[in-house]
Design a protein around this ligand. Sequence first.
Ligand code: ADP
Ligand code: ZN
Ligand code: ZN
Length: 723
Amino acid sequence: MDDGRIARVLPLTTTRALRGSFDYLIPAGVTVDVGTLVDIPFAHRRMLGVVSGTAPDSDVPPERLATIAAVHDSSLPGDLVDLAEWVASEYCSTTARALALMLPPGAGRSAPARPTLTAALTPAGEVALAGETRLSAGQHAALARLAADGPTPARAIGTSLLRRLEQRGLVTIAAASVRRDPRRHTVSSAAADAPPLTVGQQVALSAVTDCIRTGAHAELLLSGVTGSGKTEVYLAAAAATLAAGRGVIILVPEIGLTAQARARFEARLGAVVAVLHSGLTAAERAEEWRRVRSGEARVAIGARSAVFAPVDDLGLIVIDEEHESSYKHEGDPRYDARLVAARRARYFSAVMLSGSATPRPESVATQRTLTMPSRVDGRPLPRVEILDMRGRHHPLHPEARAALAEVRRSGAKAVVLLNRRGWSNFLSCADCGRVWSCPNCDVSLILHRAGGPAHVACHHCGHSEPAPCRCPDCGSVSVARHGAGTEALEQELLAVVGADPGFPVLRLDADSPGHEARARTLAAFHAAPAGVLVGTQMIAKGHDFADVSLGIVLDADQTLRFPDFRAEERTFALLTQLAGRTGRGAGGDGRVLVQTRAPAARPILLAARHDSVGFLAGELGRRAGLRYPPYSTLIRVICSSPEPEPAQRVATALRAAIGDAPDRYRVLGPAPLFRLRNRHRSQLQIRAADRGGAISAVRAAVDALVHARALTRVAVSVDVDPQ
Ligand code: ADP
Ligand code: ZN
Ligand code: ZN
């Protein structure tokens, strides 16, 4: 038989029971390769599939093999097929589900036509071919072919090989149908716009460019205080990577930050930039994906999922604000974009550059740290004062009220953070003690008064009902409200500063519907000469406000009370990030007030001293003692079902199947979790010294239950490195 008569195809089915690839005959006259998208007959349907390999022969007799029905125009690069298999095994998922994250947008519907990139020889290329220039055998062959055949489709020769020749001016590469964008060649001249770098930036950058120059794989952590100018380092590193002829991925923690990132990278690097995220229309996403895949765009920017951008010959992956939990995906496969980035960087022998003012202990332990300890403008970090709230009942400390009044008098700006949205976080009957809770989840309902009639809502499932006037159980009209949220705080602040259009009080939290409403609020705060922005942790994220002279955090120990080993890290990060929003620009030195009932808690004390190094050292010590990550791997398995019994039974069966291997991993549970969206839940927690061994054991146990059809009415979710 001919070589490559059989294609191994991964069908894009969501069924967990069907794993691995299936053999198909390749129709005569058709070529397929790893990554080619094909339509195949599968389980009596026509289904999209991805070719994972070709072979001369199959174990299945030829008369029982089906034939590929159609070959799509677009294809995945081979490295992404390999990556999908890795994601599937690392996160106990299936290759099909992992591939679904990587497919060109709209794949499976009509495949958009792909303009072909065409390479042509330049006069310098002709000279080089005549023997004046050093060329590798591959480069020589490519130039010789262009000389003989004239302009040739780039993929017929190899796009990354041609890109290197293009860098040397020996060939041109252009979309046959599209005129070449002149900005492509302005990379170096546009770089003149870069400000002269500070010493800190220079030192960090040269560590990065050393790695880029040698082409060695490296994982670098840019640990720089807020305002130290990390973005300039990313920009310069990206420019250096492009100059070396390689591609770049830039990850930002949320979609709302992509537009700003795109503007900065495009201004510096020219039109080589594409943006990939779910906020674009399907057509826009398809076009941006195609630009990256074809090599027209060499820099892909986006949130978490852009880590799968089909960038050829990847040289650099930047992860901005690497501490953000949004890099973890909350659906199957529950991948962590930071780990996927590390894997891709290793594959391409590329540089991964993570950056944060509050890096994770995990990153500090595993990456080479580059430090930028001072702000670009030389300003000190703001003074942080801790206000003890024990024995106090008013939500704002007198000092905080006085500071707000002072901001009001001087016409400055303040941000106030309270990590609790709504008006009150629970209601109870003062007479019989009834608590208003969600009918679908075991949680209390939150009172909301802003945005329409007052109502109580569940923040987990979205259940909502009118706010009660009386208790349905005992008829009492005294319904007590507990725990003020951002809505109540907004009113409280209005009472302190007074209603005045010249000094607006704006609120930003997840209740502001959609990205646009949040962007409008942020823009209004930016534009206002003075005012207060109150909100949840959202206000501490990545936004660069000039002129904020006061920051206030209410209930700073709230995040500490979470039963989670990351509670300390989260608290430290939140306070440090909020402080970072304060005292930039011309508004004088900043001041931050931290209200707490735990004034002696380590993360709060160390954040007040801006002591990131001390915090990380202590935190790593604590985690080493308790065998928490990075000194172990955690895996969480949650079984859920409409009744309590099946979830509990499956969790118990899984526990038995996973077994215990004390020197490699330990299993805790099953433990009941609170009911969520009408599903009862039971959890196992695995703490492993042997990551790979524990993942395999969990996967084998889940697969065995799937094959035994033991999972009717029970859903099992496996989360490796849960957040
Ligand atoms: P970080 O991300 O580290 O908090 P940014 O990258 O947002 O800091 O930089 C803070 C501010 O300093 C930005 O407005 C940026 O344009 C400016 N900046 C950065 N580097 C320089 C420099 N070398 N000279 C002058 N301004 C700079
Ligand atoms: Zn009652
Ligand atoms: Zn609910």
